[in-house]
Design a protein around this ligand. Structure first.
Ligand SMILES: *Cc1c(COP(=O)(O)O)cnc(C)c1O
Length: 423
């Protein structure tokens, strides 16, 4: 960046230089997990168990269905998909995603509503890039998924946090949402099924969120990357069901439901039967923006129609069964560890938030201290709540094979016993 400094201090240009060259002061999950990994004491000789990251492919019980793998191989071997795809995605891929999502909606999405992205992460970035304008702010859940804060910081989009309420199944504090919004608020984010809390919202709660957003005249960004990974009381209801009440941007990917986070196949979808996003200027802006993005590999896109149409129900049932089993192990073992409590059993996704009771511990100052000492002494990685916005909580990922999960929780228990305050 060129710095213009014609005689005397030009404060504007120095500010711009500073703010565009420094990384935003936002914590990233990957950053903290990297530091925790480094602090593991290898002389302890224990196998490292990570309950930190949401990448279940590290465990052999979580794998993609054969049909997904075959579809990619087939697309690759056809030699038809070595070229560029249209920047918004292959037409058949857009159509397949529209049909897949329409199965759960009271109206039909079309190909034009769907834009193919490099994972859900890029869909988040596109969304915030589209919404950012000087002075604008966005409402984000706390605890949440820090990629939103990071993208917002790069876009100079102001962030305002509303709380999720643990005693109410991590529902959105709707009063707080209303109190935070003003005429510069552009959208609110709903992550359902939830990361990091494992919540699955009821139809009624989602409807209330939609009504509140309508009243505030803001959009709803629905992060449904864990769509259908629901194994509790509430079935998964997509936010797009309420698209008639409020325009919804639905973000998703193959990453979690198909256990292929490395394939980088996601979508940005306008779930908007009233057609607010169909205004030519907005469509033009979205399309132009996609011209500067590189989407996922063409042969991965080409495999999507087969993957979405042919994955059998038993595969999804098995995944939800395994997640339920793991989450039960997790919650039951946590009950045996007095310094952590789980206020709400997870009903979906792959993670749960637990509260740390520091008054029961002798020499642990906070969640970060807990996680670093745990990594060093027990070779177990869990994420300090601070990384997702809640100090002195912990996020535990349970998408882990049962024996590793049991072993990790046994080690956390013995860690507790060693550090327990003697009363
Ligand atoms: C994993 C995750 C993402 C990112 O999904 P990718 O498809 O891997 O980019 C987005 N949002 C939430 C809440 C996630 O947990």
């Amino acid at each position: 960046m060129e710095k213009v400094n014609k005689g005397g201090a030009d404060t504007t240009s120095t500010t711009i230089t500073a703010s565009t060259t420094t990384a935003p002061a936002t914590i990233t999950i990957k950053g903290i997990l990297g530091l925790l990994m480094e602090s593991i004491d290898e002389s302890e000789g224990k196998k490292v168990i990570s309950l930190g990251m949401g990448d279940p492919t590290a465990y052999s019980c979580f794998h993609t269905p054969q049909v997904a793998q075959d579809s990619v191989l087939h697309a690759l071997q056809s030699h038809n998909f070595n070229g560029y795809a249209p920047t918004v995605g292959l037409p058949q891929t857009r159509r397949a995603v529209a049909e897949y999502l329409s199965r759960d909606l009271p109206y039909k999405l079309t190909s034009d509503d769907v834009f193919i992205t490099s994972g859900c992460t890029q869909a988040i970035d596109v969304t915030l890039a589209m919404l950012a304008r000087p002075g604008a702010n966005i409402l984000l859940p706390r605890p949440g998924f820090p990629i939103y804060e990071l993208c917002a910081a790069f876009r100079h989009l102001e962030v305002r946090h509303f709380d999720l309420l643990p005693q109410k199944g991590w529902e959105v504090d709707l009063d707080a949402l209303e109190a935070l919004a003003d005429h510069n608020t552009v959208a609110t984010v709903v992550i359902n099924p939830g990361n990091p809390c494992g919540n699955v919202y009821s139809y009624q709660h989602l409807e209330k969120i939609a009504e509140t957003a309508k009243k505030l005249r803001i959009l709803v960004i629905a992060d449904e990357v864990y769509g259908h990974l629901a194994f509790g009381r509430n079935p998964f209801v997509p936010m797009g069901v309420f698209g008639e009440i409020v325009p919804v941007l639905t973000l998703g990917s193959l990453s979690k439901r198909w256990m292929v986070p490395g394939w980088r196949l996601g979508w940005f979808v306008t779930s908007d039967p009233c057609g607010m996003f169909r205004e030519p200027k907005i469509v033009e802006r979205i399309k132009k923006y996609f011209d500067v993005l590189g989407g996922p590999a063409t042969f991965i896109q080409a495999a999507v129609p087969c993957i979405l149409e042919q994955t059998e129900e038993v595969y999804f049932k098995r995944t939800n069964y395994l997640l339920k089993k793991s989450s039960d192990i997790c919650c039951d073992r946590i009950k045996e560890i007095p310094c952590i409590t789980c206020p709400h059993r997870p009903e979906g996704s792959m993670a749960v938030m637990v509260k740390l009771n520091l008054s029961l511990l002798e020499d642990i100052s906070d969640d970060i201290d807990f996680c670093f000492k745990l990594a060093k002494e027990e070779s177990v990685i869990i994420l300090p709540g601070t990384a997702v916005g809640l100090k002195n909580w912990l996020r535990i990922t349970f998408a882990v094979d049962p024996s590793s999960l049991e072993e990790a929780l046994r080690r956390i228990k013995s860690f507790y016993q060693r550090h327990a305050k003697l009363l």
